[in-house]
Design a protein around this ligand. Structure first.
Ligand SMILES: [Zn+2]
Length: 196
């Protein structure tokens, strides 16, 4: 492991754009003492002060209780797909595989939807995989694996949902810290999350 002084020297040698990149995309994973080095580099170089605010927000991890509250707020939102709020929102994993001759492509998308919409999307993706997954050498091997995995996972849907929501919250600490967790903000966020 590098000593604090070694890290300090490394950071000093970096260009402004390297520091900006670390601040924007990697600050969450840094050790506390390294975050302090990053902070002082941003200050000393007089980089955009928003960067410092971002680093502060991004590295202020949510406590367990905060995550539970945020998860509750999210599951009580209106469904971004059917606009109903008859059932609570959950996290769904939509796996797709499409094969054609030598080509095969697998995608894995996480979505937050109501039970009806989520189950519909899951069923559609499983059926699509059954029809379109097989038609390449890779697909012949990958499709049954994916279909069986999806079918087994139906029994663990709550656990998977919880994992998706927690990962989504922890992965976007800075966004929520800076924008707040009002209903509108969360709805807007879920819409964007589902599009990725
Ligand atoms: Zn819905």
């Amino acid at each position: 492991m590098y000593t604090v002084d070694e890290i300090k020297n490394n950071y000093k040698k970096m260009s402004d754009s390297q520091i900006e990149k670390i601040a924007l995309f990697e600050s969450k994973g840094l050790r506390k003492d390294v975050i302090n080095i990053l902070r002082s580099e941003i200050k000393n170089r007089k980089l955009n002060s928003d960067l410092l605010n971002w680093v502060n927000a991004e590295t202020k991890a949510f406590k367990e209780q905060e995550i539970i509250e945020l998860k509750n707020k999210i599951s009580n939102l209106t469904c971004p797909n059917c606009l109903n709020n008859t059932t609570k929102l959950s996290g769904f994993e939509i796996n797709k595989i499409i094969s054609f001759l030598v080509y095969s492509k697998e995608t894995n998308q996480k979505k937050v939807l109501c039970k009806n919409c989520g189950n519909k999307e899951k069923t559609t993706s499983i059926l699509q995989n059954l029809f379109f997954g097989w038609w390449s050498r890779n697909g012949i091997l990958a499709t049954p694996y994916l279909i069986i995995k999806d079918l087994i996972n139906l029994f663990y849907s709550e656990k998977i949902s919880d994992r998706i929501l927690v990962k989504m919250i922890e992965g976007n600490t800075g966004y929520f810290r800076m924008n707040g967790t009002e209903k509108e903000i969360l709805s807007d966020f879920i819409n964007k999350f589902n599009e990725i």
